[in-house]
Ligand binder design. Structure first.
Ligand code: SF4
Ligand code: SF4
Length: 266
């Protein structure tokens, strides 16, 4: 059921759909400006990392080392990353300054959705949470007092999350799929490494595809290969689809052989 909410701070968590409405506006004039960029865990999606490492002109492994913290999803074996907080008294995001976000055009998906949360990215075990949204309740946020009306669909379009959700869709599906597995089905260490490399370390995955025996085991046509050499998003989509076919299996289904070692190309 979708709700119409004009004063969410007084409402317990509710399930919002694309046509749900709310009032919100964030701008440099609000008294709380940039407070939401401190003391918060920002989960990074694979596309967020591609955008950020490109923006910062860093190889993906360096970006990961400098800017991310690894976690394991509760009751699953799925590795996820959050933005590493600065070592200051407010646990600030590394990209926040008094004047705002210095990587605003490439800010992560979670920052774009705020003050909405995406249920499928919250990773609560056993939750029936595909395809809906909720308010991130933070008492300091004054944006709800601003007279600006949105539907959830309008907010998503305005914040540019549509393209991000499209690129991340198969990956999110993979995470949700794993979450629905019985708790006694564990990923192998090798499978976790594969998931991590494809999801977050796209430059290493490219090295793996082109410099290991991968292409001997997984046939790829010439046109696709050419694209995968230079297009990070195409490589991510390819990798996630490949992961889907092999992640929960001990053997490569195409060859019946063990999966290649992800460190083989290092
Ligand atoms: S706390 Fe809310 S209103 Fe304040 S800067 Fe963050 S999003 Fe904007
Ligand atoms: S990335 Fe930008 S918008 Fe997101 S928390 Fe950091 S400073 Fe704020």
């Amino acid at each position: 059921m979708e709700e119409n909410n004009t004063n969410p701070a007084q409402i317990n968590p509710v399930r919002l759909g694309h046509t749900s409405t709310f009032k919100f506006k964030c701008h440099p004039g609000v008294s709380c400006f940039t407070q939401c960029c401190r003391g918060i865990n920002i989960i990074l999606t694979p596309y967020d990392i591609i955008r950020l490492k490109t923006r910062l002109n860093l190889p993906s492994d360096q970006f990961l080392a400098i800017y991310t913290e690894p976690h394991l999803l509760e009751k699953t074996d799925i590795p996820v990353l959050t933005l590493k907080k600065m070592d200051d008294d407010k646990d600030s995001c590394p990209f926040v300054r008094d004047e705002g976000c210095i990587i605003y055009e490439d800010r992560p998906t979670a920052c774009r959705y705020y003050p909405l949360g995406v249920a499928s990215l919250q990773h609560k075990e056993g939750a029936d949470d595909d395809g809906f949204f909720f308010f991130v309740h933070e008492p300091h946020c004054k944006g709800f007092e601003e007279p600006c009306d949105w539907t959830v669909a309008e907010w998503r379009a305005d914040q540019g999350v549509d393209i991000r959700d499209e690129v991340n869709a198969e990956w999110t599906d993979l995470v949700v799929h794993k979450r629905s597995f019985p708790p006694n089905i564990k990923l192998t260490e090798q499978a976790k490494q594969m998931f991590f490399m494809v999801s977050y370390n796209i430059d290493k995955f490219r090295q793996f595809v082109f410099e290991s025996s991968f292409l001997e085991r997984v046939p790829v046509d010439d046109e696709t290969l050419k694209k995968l050499k230079t297009d990070d998003v195409a490589l991510l989509k390819f990798g996630v689809n490949w992961l889907k076919s092999v992640l929960f299996r001990p053997k490569d289904p195409m060859t019946g052989q063990d999966l290649p070692d992800p460190d083989a190309a290092s």
